[in-house]
Design a protein around this ligand. Structure first.
Ligand code: TXA
Ligand code: MG
Length: 321
Protein backbone atom coordinates (compact mmCIF):
# COMPACT_ATOMS: atom_id res chain seq x y z
CA UNK A 1 0.00 0.00 0.00
CA UNK A 2 1.20 3.49 -0.83
CA UNK A 3 2.44 5.72 2.00
CA UNK A 4 1.70 8.86 -0.07
CA UNK A 5 -1.22 10.92 1.29
CA UNK A 6 -2.58 14.47 1.24
CA UNK A 7 -4.05 14.19 4.75
CA UNK A 8 -2.48 17.01 6.79
CA UNK A 9 -4.30 16.01 10.00
CA UNK A 10 -2.82 12.54 9.76
CA UNK A 11 0.63 14.12 9.41
CA UNK A 12 -0.05 16.23 12.52
CA UNK A 13 -1.10 13.13 14.43
CA UNK A 14 2.01 11.15 13.46
CA UNK A 15 4.36 14.05 14.25
CA UNK A 16 2.68 14.55 17.63
CA UNK A 17 3.40 10.87 18.31
CA UNK A 18 7.14 11.44 17.62
CA UNK A 19 6.96 9.65 14.27
CA UNK A 20 8.53 10.92 11.03
CA UNK A 21 6.64 12.32 8.06
CA UNK A 22 8.20 13.29 4.73
CA UNK A 23 7.03 16.80 3.83
CA UNK A 24 6.95 18.79 0.59
CA UNK A 25 8.88 22.05 0.29
CA UNK A 26 9.59 24.30 -2.68
CA UNK A 27 13.17 22.92 -2.87
CA UNK A 28 13.11 19.17 -2.15
CA UNK A 29 11.08 16.86 0.12
CA UNK A 30 12.26 16.80 3.74
CA UNK A 31 12.23 13.96 6.27
CA UNK A 32 10.57 15.73 9.18
CA UNK A 33 10.36 15.22 12.93
CA UNK A 34 9.72 17.22 16.13
CA UNK A 35 12.97 19.06 17.02
CA UNK A 36 12.34 18.40 20.73
CA UNK A 37 11.79 14.64 20.42
CA UNK A 38 14.92 12.54 20.96
CA UNK A 39 13.13 9.61 19.44
CA UNK A 40 12.16 11.45 16.26
CA UNK A 41 15.59 12.99 15.78
CA UNK A 42 17.32 9.66 16.33
CA UNK A 43 15.11 8.07 13.72
CA UNK A 44 15.87 10.83 11.20
CA UNK A 45 19.59 10.02 11.49
CA UNK A 46 18.90 6.29 11.40
CA UNK A 47 16.48 6.35 8.46
CA UNK A 48 18.83 8.46 6.33
CA UNK A 49 21.97 6.67 7.63
CA UNK A 50 23.27 10.17 8.12
CA UNK A 51 26.53 10.74 10.02
CA UNK A 52 25.90 12.21 13.48
CA UNK A 53 28.26 15.15 12.85
CA UNK A 54 25.96 16.53 10.16
CA UNK A 55 23.42 18.95 11.71
CA UNK A 56 19.76 19.37 10.63
CA UNK A 57 17.78 22.35 9.32
CA UNK A 58 14.94 23.61 11.52
CA UNK A 59 11.75 24.62 9.68
CA UNK A 60 9.56 27.32 11.24
CA UNK A 61 6.14 28.75 10.26
CA UNK A 62 6.88 32.49 10.52
CA UNK A 63 9.60 35.08 11.15
CA UNK A 64 8.43 35.80 14.71
CA UNK A 65 9.35 32.21 15.60
CA UNK A 66 13.01 32.95 14.90
CA UNK A 67 13.38 34.70 18.27
CA UNK A 68 12.52 31.45 20.04
CA UNK A 69 15.28 29.58 18.22
CA UNK A 70 18.25 31.95 17.99
CA UNK A 71 20.12 34.29 20.36
CA UNK A 72 21.08 36.99 17.94
CA UNK A 73 20.05 38.09 14.44
CA UNK A 74 22.65 40.15 12.51
CA UNK A 75 21.22 43.07 10.48
CA UNK A 76 22.06 41.35 7.20
CA UNK A 77 20.32 38.18 8.36
CA UNK A 78 17.19 40.25 9.01
CA UNK A 79 17.47 41.76 5.55
CA UNK A 80 17.81 38.31 3.96
CA UNK A 81 14.89 36.89 5.95
CA UNK A 82 12.72 39.85 4.93
CA UNK A 83 13.72 39.53 1.30
CA UNK A 84 13.48 35.76 0.83
CA UNK A 85 11.27 34.13 3.50
CA UNK A 86 9.24 32.07 3.05
CA UNK A 87 11.72 30.71 0.56
CA UNK A 88 14.90 28.80 -0.22
CA UNK A 89 17.42 30.53 2.04
CA UNK A 90 18.66 28.88 5.23
CA UNK A 91 20.28 31.09 7.87
CA UNK A 92 22.85 29.64 10.29
CA UNK A 93 22.68 31.67 13.52
CA UNK A 94 23.74 31.43 17.17
CA UNK A 95 21.30 29.02 18.81
CA UNK A 96 19.28 29.38 22.00
CA UNK A 97 20.19 26.95 24.78
CA UNK A 98 16.76 25.32 24.39
CA UNK A 99 17.64 23.96 20.92
CA UNK A 100 18.82 20.35 21.40
CA UNK A 101 22.47 19.55 20.62
CA UNK A 102 21.28 16.53 18.64
CA UNK A 103 19.83 18.90 16.02
CA UNK A 104 22.98 20.99 15.71
CA UNK A 105 25.51 18.16 16.06
CA UNK A 106 26.89 19.89 19.13
CA UNK A 107 27.50 23.20 17.36
CA UNK A 108 26.49 26.50 18.95
CA UNK A 109 24.70 27.52 15.76
CA UNK A 110 21.42 26.35 14.27
CA UNK A 111 20.28 26.32 10.63
CA UNK A 112 16.74 27.63 10.12
CA UNK A 113 14.33 28.50 7.33
CA UNK A 114 10.66 29.08 6.44
CA UNK A 115 9.76 26.80 3.52
CA UNK A 116 7.63 28.30 0.76
CA UNK A 117 5.07 25.58 0.30
CA UNK A 118 1.38 25.99 1.21
CA UNK A 119 1.01 22.40 2.49
CA UNK A 120 4.01 22.49 4.81
CA UNK A 121 3.22 26.00 6.03
CA UNK A 122 -0.27 24.80 6.91
CA UNK A 123 1.23 21.79 8.68
CA UNK A 124 3.78 23.89 10.62
CA UNK A 125 1.02 26.23 11.82
CA UNK A 126 -0.87 23.27 13.28
CA UNK A 127 2.10 22.01 15.30
CA UNK A 128 3.39 23.19 18.66
CA UNK A 129 7.01 22.59 17.67
CA UNK A 130 9.26 23.33 14.67
CA UNK A 131 10.30 20.53 12.33
CA UNK A 132 13.81 19.29 11.77
CA UNK A 133 13.93 18.16 8.15
CA UNK A 134 16.94 17.09 6.13
CA UNK A 135 16.35 16.16 2.51
CA UNK A 136 14.38 12.88 2.39
CA UNK A 137 17.03 10.72 0.73
CA UNK A 138 19.46 8.15 2.09
CA UNK A 139 22.94 9.56 2.80
CA UNK A 140 24.82 10.40 -0.43
CA UNK A 141 21.88 9.72 -2.75
CA UNK A 142 19.90 12.08 -4.99
CA UNK A 143 17.45 14.38 -3.17
CA UNK A 144 13.73 13.72 -3.81
CA UNK A 145 11.65 16.25 -5.73
CA UNK A 146 8.40 14.27 -5.78
CA UNK A 147 6.41 12.20 -3.27
CA UNK A 148 7.12 9.17 -5.45
CA UNK A 149 10.90 9.62 -5.11
CA UNK A 150 10.51 9.51 -1.32
CA UNK A 151 8.26 6.48 -1.40
CA UNK A 152 10.79 4.66 -3.58
CA UNK A 153 13.47 5.31 -0.95
CA UNK A 154 11.56 4.84 2.30
CA UNK A 155 8.32 2.88 1.80
CA UNK A 156 9.47 0.25 4.28
CA UNK A 157 10.81 2.63 6.93
CA UNK A 158 8.41 5.58 7.29
CA UNK A 159 4.63 5.73 7.61
CA UNK A 160 3.75 8.74 5.49
CA UNK A 161 4.79 11.06 2.70
CA UNK A 162 2.66 14.20 2.75
CA UNK A 163 1.96 14.85 -0.91
CA UNK A 164 2.51 18.40 -2.08
CA UNK A 165 3.20 17.69 -5.73
CA UNK A 166 6.46 18.22 -7.55
CA UNK A 167 8.92 20.64 -5.89
CA UNK A 168 8.96 23.89 -7.88
CA UNK A 169 12.59 24.90 -7.27
CA UNK A 170 14.09 21.42 -7.35
CA UNK A 171 17.42 22.00 -5.63
CA UNK A 172 18.10 22.65 -1.95
CA UNK A 173 18.08 26.01 -0.21
CA UNK A 174 21.11 28.28 -0.25
CA UNK A 175 22.78 28.16 3.19
CA UNK A 176 24.23 31.33 4.71
CA UNK A 177 26.28 31.62 7.90
CA UNK A 178 27.71 34.72 9.60
CA UNK A 179 31.10 35.80 10.83
CA UNK A 180 31.45 39.15 12.59
CA UNK A 181 27.93 39.98 11.38
CA UNK A 182 28.92 39.40 7.73
CA UNK A 183 27.20 36.70 5.63
CA UNK A 184 29.10 33.75 4.09
CA UNK A 185 27.61 31.21 1.67
CA UNK A 186 28.06 27.65 2.99
CA UNK A 187 26.04 25.93 0.27
CA UNK A 188 24.98 27.16 -3.17
CA UNK A 189 21.31 26.52 -3.79
CA UNK A 190 17.94 27.63 -5.10
CA UNK A 191 18.51 31.32 -4.39
CA UNK A 192 21.21 32.64 -6.71
CA UNK A 193 24.27 34.53 -5.47
CA UNK A 194 23.27 37.44 -7.71
CA UNK A 195 19.88 37.74 -5.94
CA UNK A 196 21.57 37.54 -2.53
CA UNK A 197 24.21 40.14 -3.37
CA UNK A 198 21.45 42.52 -4.42
CA UNK A 199 20.33 42.52 -0.75
CA UNK A 200 23.61 42.32 1.20
CA UNK A 201 26.39 43.30 -1.21
CA UNK A 202 29.41 41.19 -2.16
CA UNK A 203 29.40 37.86 -0.35
CA UNK A 204 32.11 35.30 0.43
CA UNK A 205 31.55 31.71 -0.72
CA UNK A 206 32.82 28.85 1.43
CA UNK A 207 31.09 26.10 -0.52
CA UNK A 208 32.30 22.56 -1.07
CA UNK A 209 35.00 21.57 1.41
CA UNK A 210 35.35 18.51 3.57
CA UNK A 211 34.34 18.60 7.22
CA UNK A 212 37.97 18.84 8.28
CA UNK A 213 38.78 21.73 5.96
CA UNK A 214 35.57 23.61 6.68
CA UNK A 215 34.20 22.89 10.16
CA UNK A 216 31.64 25.73 9.83
CA UNK A 217 29.75 23.78 7.17
CA UNK A 218 30.18 20.16 8.24
CA UNK A 219 27.75 18.71 5.71
CA UNK A 220 29.61 19.89 2.67
CA UNK A 221 31.10 16.52 1.83
CA UNK A 222 32.60 16.38 -1.63
CA UNK A 223 30.65 13.43 -3.00
CA UNK A 224 26.93 13.88 -2.62
CA UNK A 225 23.64 13.87 -4.54
CA UNK A 226 24.94 10.89 -6.47
CA UNK A 227 23.26 8.44 -8.85
CA UNK A 228 24.35 4.81 -8.48
CA UNK A 229 25.37 4.78 -12.14
CA UNK A 230 28.85 6.08 -12.90
CA UNK A 231 28.41 9.74 -13.81
CA UNK A 232 30.79 12.23 -15.39
CA UNK A 233 30.58 15.97 -15.98
CA UNK A 234 31.96 17.46 -19.20
CA UNK A 235 32.25 20.65 -21.19
CA UNK A 236 33.16 18.64 -24.30
CA UNK A 237 30.18 16.40 -24.98
CA UNK A 238 31.21 14.98 -28.35
CA UNK A 239 34.56 13.97 -27.01
CA UNK A 240 33.08 12.24 -23.95
CA UNK A 241 30.49 10.41 -26.06
CA UNK A 242 33.24 9.25 -28.42
CA UNK A 243 35.23 7.98 -25.44
CA UNK A 244 32.35 5.77 -24.18
CA UNK A 245 30.66 4.96 -27.51
CA UNK A 246 30.78 1.19 -27.02
CA UNK A 247 28.88 1.39 -23.74
CA UNK A 248 25.28 2.19 -22.86
CA UNK A 249 25.36 5.98 -22.64
CA UNK A 250 22.85 8.34 -21.04
CA UNK A 251 23.28 12.07 -21.47
CA UNK A 252 21.96 14.97 -19.44
CA UNK A 253 21.82 18.07 -21.63
CA UNK A 254 21.11 21.69 -20.84
CA UNK A 255 19.42 22.25 -24.20
CA UNK A 256 18.68 20.09 -27.18
CA UNK A 257 21.48 20.63 -29.63
CA UNK A 258 22.93 17.17 -29.72
CA UNK A 259 21.95 14.08 -31.67
CA UNK A 260 24.39 11.24 -31.72
CA UNK A 261 23.68 7.61 -32.52
CA UNK A 262 25.89 6.49 -29.68
CA UNK A 263 23.42 7.94 -27.15
CA UNK A 264 20.99 5.39 -25.66
CA UNK A 265 18.96 7.72 -23.44
CA UNK A 266 18.80 11.49 -23.36
CA UNK A 267 17.23 14.10 -21.10
CA UNK A 268 17.09 17.81 -21.92
CA UNK A 269 16.78 20.13 -18.91
CA UNK A 270 15.49 23.21 -20.69
CA UNK A 271 14.71 23.51 -24.39
CA UNK A 272 14.79 27.29 -24.13
CA UNK A 273 17.87 27.84 -21.99
CA UNK A 274 16.04 28.64 -18.78
CA UNK A 275 18.19 27.96 -15.70
CA UNK A 276 15.20 27.97 -13.29
CA UNK A 277 13.55 25.27 -15.38
CA UNK A 278 16.80 23.31 -15.55
CA UNK A 279 17.19 23.44 -11.75
CA UNK A 280 13.62 22.26 -11.21
CA UNK A 281 14.16 19.23 -13.45
CA UNK A 282 17.70 18.28 -12.42
CA UNK A 283 17.10 15.68 -9.70
CA UNK A 284 14.17 14.03 -11.44
CA UNK A 285 16.38 13.69 -14.52
CA UNK A 286 19.11 12.05 -12.44
CA UNK A 287 16.53 9.71 -10.83
CA UNK A 288 15.28 8.74 -14.32
CA UNK A 289 18.74 8.27 -15.79
CA UNK A 290 19.67 6.09 -12.84
CA UNK A 291 16.80 3.71 -13.67
CA UNK A 292 17.86 3.03 -17.28
CA UNK A 293 20.56 0.44 -16.66
CA UNK A 294 23.18 2.63 -18.28
CA UNK A 295 26.92 2.08 -18.08
CA UNK A 296 27.56 5.78 -17.88
CA UNK A 297 25.74 9.08 -17.44
CA UNK A 298 27.41 12.01 -19.19
CA UNK A 299 26.24 15.36 -17.86
CA UNK A 300 26.83 18.62 -19.66
CA UNK A 301 28.20 21.54 -17.65
CA UNK A 302 25.80 24.50 -17.44
CA UNK A 303 26.57 28.22 -17.81
CA UNK A 304 28.40 29.36 -14.69
CA UNK A 305 26.07 32.11 -13.47
CA UNK A 306 22.76 32.38 -11.62
CA UNK A 307 21.30 28.97 -10.84
CA UNK A 308 23.75 27.48 -13.35
CA UNK A 309 26.40 27.79 -10.61
CA UNK A 310 24.23 25.83 -8.14
CA UNK A 311 23.41 23.16 -10.73
CA UNK A 312 27.08 22.76 -11.65
CA UNK A 313 27.89 22.45 -7.97
CA UNK A 314 25.42 19.53 -7.60
CA UNK A 315 26.69 17.89 -10.79
CA UNK A 316 30.29 18.17 -9.60
CA UNK A 317 29.37 16.49 -6.34
CA UNK A 318 27.38 13.80 -8.15
CA UNK A 319 30.40 12.95 -10.27
CA UNK A 320 33.13 12.74 -7.62
CA UNK A 321 34.46 9.22 -7.16
O1 TXA B 1 16.17 23.00 0.85
C1 TXA B 1 16.61 22.49 1.88
O2 TXA B 1 17.45 23.08 2.60
C2 TXA B 1 16.09 21.12 2.27
C3 TXA B 1 14.61 21.23 2.60
C4 TXA B 1 14.02 19.94 3.08
O3 TXA B 1 14.43 22.25 3.53
N1 TXA B 1 16.83 20.57 3.36
C5 TXA B 1 18.13 20.15 3.26
O4 TXA B 1 18.65 19.57 4.40
O5 TXA B 1 18.78 20.24 2.23
P1 TXA B 1 19.97 18.69 4.44
O6 TXA B 1 20.05 18.17 5.83
O7 TXA B 1 19.96 17.73 3.36
O8 TXA B 1 21.10 19.74 4.25
C6 TXA B 1 21.31 20.65 5.31
C7 TXA B 1 22.70 21.16 5.31
C8 TXA B 1 23.71 20.09 5.68
O9 TXA B 1 24.77 20.13 4.76
C9 TXA B 1 24.19 20.56 7.04
O10 TXA B 1 25.54 20.26 7.26
C10 TXA B 1 23.96 22.05 6.99
O11 TXA B 1 22.77 22.18 6.29
N2 TXA B 1 23.79 22.59 8.34
C11 TXA B 1 22.81 22.35 9.21
N3 TXA B 1 23.02 22.97 10.38
C12 TXA B 1 24.17 23.65 10.25
C13 TXA B 1 24.94 24.47 11.11
N4 TXA B 1 24.56 24.75 12.37
N5 TXA B 1 26.09 24.99 10.63
C14 TXA B 1 26.48 24.74 9.37
N6 TXA B 1 25.81 23.96 8.50
C15 TXA B 1 24.67 23.41 8.94
MG1 MG C 1 20.64 16.60 1.78
Amino acid sequence: MSIISKDISKAVELLNKEELVAIPTETVYGLAGNIFSKKAIASIFKTKQRPKFNPLIVHIPNVEYLDKIVEHIPEKAKALANAFWPGPITLVLKKKASIPDLITAGKDTVAVRIPNHPVSLKLLRQLEFPLAAPSANPFNRISPTSAQHVEDYFKDTIKMVLDGGVCKKGIESTIIGFKNEEPIIYRLGSTSIEDIERIVGKIEIKNRKSKVENPDAPGMLERHYAPKTKTILTNDLSNSIEEFKNQRIGVLLYNNILNDEAIDFKIVLSEDNNLEEAASKLYDALHQLDKQNLDIIIAEQLPDYGLGKSINDRLERATKN
